[in-house]
Design a protein around this ligand. Structure first.
Ligand code: HPA
Length: 235
C-alpha cells in the first residue's frame, strides 16, 4: 500500500533500512542538509519532511515523527510495514526528572514507561514493558564510548501530557528511577516489538522539571550534534 496516507514515497527503495526520527520535520531537513550526502527528499505530505542520503557511504534516511505517541505511531508503522524499515532511531529532547540528570546530558531509553493507552490494542493480560533493541542500544553505547561522549542509559517516560493538570505527577515516576520525560518512545518501541524490528530512543536533556533550568537554543544545537553523531553511526 504505497504511497501510504502519510508518506509520499512511491518506491520502497526511496527509504533506507535505517531511519532517524527527530520530532521536528525541520530538524530532519537540517540533518539532511548538514550531515548527509547525495540527498533526495521522499516525503513532504503534511509538511513531515523525509530525506534519504548517505553518511560515511552508508544509506540512511531521516524523517520527522511529529509530537506524541499517535503521530510517531502512524509514521513508524508505515515505515516498518509498507517500506520495510528495520532500524528506527528516535532522536529528540526530554525533560529531566532526576537531580543527577543534567541539562545537556545525552540519555538513552533502555525502557520507556508510559501513561498512554497505546498498549491496550495488543489485549495483553498484564502490563507490557516497552524496551529498546539490545542490538542498537549496545552499538550506541559503544559508539558513545569511542567518541568520549558520556551517555546515561535507563528508563524514560513517554507521556501523553505536556501541560499536566497535576503538576507534580512526574514525581511518582521520578521515585521509580525514571530519568526523563518525552512523548514518543513507548509507541515506537511497541510498534517495533510487534513487527520484530529494532528501535532506539536517544535524547538530549533540554530542560529540568527538578531545577526548572532550560537550555538555550545554542546549547541545544551543540548537544544535538553529539547525539546525532552517535545516531548516524548506527546505519
Ligand atoms: N515533557 C515532555 N516532553 C518533553 C519535555 C517535557 O518536559 N521536555 C522536552 N520534551
Amino acid at each position: 500500500m504505497i504511497p501510504t496516507p502519510h508518506i509520499a514515497a512511491t518506491n520502497k527503495n526511496e527509504i533506507a533500512e535505517t531511519v532517524l526520527l527527530p520530532g521536528d520535520p525541520l530538524r530532519a531537513k537540517f540533518i539532511a542538509d548538514n550531515f548527509l550526502e547525495d540527498v533526495a527528499q521522499f516525503n513532504g505530505t503534511r509538511g513531515m519532511l523525509g530525506y534519504t542520503g548517505t553518511y560515511k557511504g552508508k544509506r540512511i534516511s531521516v524523517m520527522g515523527s511529529g509530537m506524541g505517541m499517535p503521530s510517531i505511531g502512524i509514521y513508524s508503522y508505515e515505515l516498518i510495514h509498507f517500506y520495510g524499515v528495520k532500524n528506527l532511531i528516535r532522536i529528540g529532547s526530554c525533560g529531566s526528572l532526576q537531580e543527577h540528570v543534567k541539562i545537556r546530558d545525552v540519555i538513552i531509553g533502555m525502557g520507556a514507561c508510559t501513561n498512554s493507552n497505546f498498549a491496550s490494542q495488543y489485549e495483553l493480560p498484564g502490563t507490557y514493558a516497552p524496551i529498546a533493541s539490545w542490538e542498537l542500544l549496545e552499538k550506541a553505547v559503544h559508539v558513545a564510548k569511542e567518541k568520549g561522549t558520556e551517555v546515561k542509559v535507563g528508563n524514560i517516560l513517554s507521556s501523553d501530557i505536556f501541560y499536566d493538570a497535576v503538576p507534580d505527577a512526574w514525581k511518582k515516576w521520578a521515585a521509580m528511577g525514571v530519568m526523563g520525560v518525552e512523548m514518543e518512545a513507548a509507541a515506537l518501541y511497541m510498534n517495533a516489538a510487534k513487527a520484530g524490528v529494532n528501535a532506539l530512543c536517544i535524547l538530549t536533556v533540554s530542560d529540568s522539571l527538578v531545577t526548572h533550568e532550560a537550555t538555550t537554543a545554542e546549547e541545544r544545537q551543540n548537544t544535538f550534534t553529539k547525539m546525532m553523531e552517535i545516531a548516524l553511526e548506527l546505519a
